[in-house]
Ligand binder design. Structure first.
Ligand code: AMP
Ligand code: GLY
Length: 427
């Protein structure tokens, strides 16, 4: 099969690496991709939001399946454009991608179908929001309704902070139209776990769990980022938690979407908080996590291409997922200053150290080729260094060892990815 991947980050590199292993794959393309992805795929210089140009390319090049990795094109309706032209595509339609695209929608869905989540109110104008803040309990959480690059969530400890937050989101429109509507949510405490799943709209298959580290600095300090590192599986995702989520969350979400006339085909990412009252949904995403994909996909034994086809063709009930009985850790190498301002175009050295090593992966997030074919940094998150090991601590040691193989002048990483694993004595 000829497969086109849409996206350009570490997640898309991990998808490409898994698809490359499939006997079904004849040729891979990626639009627009990055320098590392270019080692596995033919790069297509079309941006992810140029739906018609991408569909033209798929038609002209006899692409058998397009896989959309990123949220923006999914929420924007790329799948509808492809399907409208009779092209096979993996991902939710616009009316289902709203599960990520609108927090007000997803909260309402959870309430209607009794899916456990934090208590909340949805507001459409700032005056209403300020009124609620008067009698609210603190801390509380403010969420811009729409996509905001993962930055539209504010945790406010006091009424003053919350008032400033409402002003930012709803009046100053810091996140643009994403802030026309806002969710005011109860603050939950506990451990966070990311669970990715595949669904064909009826059947759902759960992948191995993972945990992200969203803050920029060690000790969960600093600003929120797209994710600075991950591990999989999460030892906190116990059998008991799994049983609860299967009973109350996963299938319930798929069934709810179908009942609403919005059947969801693709990946549903469940952002869970394991609270004292049990697991609750913090958020849904309509695609693989980044960098969750970089630790989950390398551990998946099932042919990814088969899974994508089973979802698109509505026969996921006949396929079970299998994962290796091991662990993986991903450490993101970023440009110093990320997520605010940082320099790009620095030469990256040492990448050849990964060649021929089966349990080490160097997933490219923001890289490009220089004039002489050298690899250059080209983003905030530059590389995701993943290692597999027989257990989490081994994988962690190996990932940090491999993180030293690569050099660029403004390289920055967190040193405590998976540190909780050392201290944890999970029940
Ligand atoms: P989201 O984009 O909804 O995942 O929010 C980003 C991050 O904010 C989450 O990963 C949590 O760490 C935090 N967060 C979101 N909602 C809540 C909540 N209700 N209580 C506590 N923390 C939250
Ligand atoms: N790593 C979190 C996300 O992909 O949204």
């Amino acid at each position: 099969m000829k497969i086109l991947i849409v996206g350009s980050g570490g997640r898309e590199h991990a998808i490409a690496a898994s698809l490359k292993k499939s006997p079904k794959t004849e040729k891979l393309y990626c639009a627009p991709g990055n320098a590392g992805i270019g080692e596995l795929c033919e790069l297509v210089p079309i941006k992810a939001m140029e739906f018609d140009a991408l569909a033209d390319f798929a038609e002209e090049n006899g692409i058998d399946l397009t896989v959309v990795g990123m949220d923006d094109p999914l929420v924007g309706g790329i799948v509808d454009v492809f399907e409208g032209r009779g092209l096979k595509v993996f991902g939710p339609r616009k009316n289902a991608a709203i599960l990520e695209g609108s927090k007000a929608f997803s909260k309402e869905l959870m309430k209607k179908y009794n899916i456990p989540t934090a208590g909340y109110e949805t507001v459409h104008d700032p005056a209403e929001a300020y009124r609620i803040l008067e009698t609210a309990k603190y801390p509380l959480v403010l969420k811009a309704d729409g996509l905001a690059l993962g930055k539209g969530v504010l945790i406010c400890n006091t009424k003053e902070e919350a008032e400033a937050g409402v002003k930012e989101i709803m009046e100053d429109k810091k996140f643009g139209d994403a802030g026309n509507t806002m969710v005011i949510e109860e603050f939950l405490t506990g451990r966070e776990v990311s669970v990715l799943s595949f669904t064909d709209g009826r059947t759902i298959r759960i992948m191995s769990s993972a945990q992200d580290h969203k803050r920029a600095k060690d000790g969960d300090q600093g600003l929120n980022t797209g994710g600075m590192g991950t591990f999989s599986p999460s030892p906190f995702y116990t059998e008991e938690v799994d049983r609860f989520c299967r009973e109350h969350i996963y299938q319930a979400t798929v069934d709810a979407m179908r009942a609403e006339g919005r059947p969801f085909t693709g990946v549903i990412f469940f952002g869970l908080m394991l609270t004292e009252e049990g697991p609750k949904v913090l958020e849904y995403n309509c695609r693989f996590g980044d960098p969750e994909a970089q630790v989950v996909l390398p551990r998946m034994k099932t042919d990814l291409c088969e899974v994508f086809l089973a979802c698109v063709e509505g026969r996921l009930d006949r396929l079970e997922l299998e994962f290796e009985d091991n662990a993986a850790v991903c450490v993101v190498l970023a440009s110093d200053g990320y997520p605010l301002s940082y320099e790009k175009g620095k030469e990256i050295k040492g990448l050849s150290a990964f060649e021929g090593k089966d349990d080490y992966f160097c997933f490219h997030a923001g890289t490009k080729r220089g004039e002489n074919g050298e690899f250059l940094t080209n983003g905030g998150r530059v590389l995701g260094i993943t290692a597999k090991g027989e257990d989490l601590l081994t994988a962690r040691r190996k990932a940090y060892e491999a993180a030293e193989w690569v050099e660029f002048s403004n390289k920055y990483m967190r040193h405590d990815i998976g540190k909780a694993l050392e201290e944890a004595s999970p029940s």
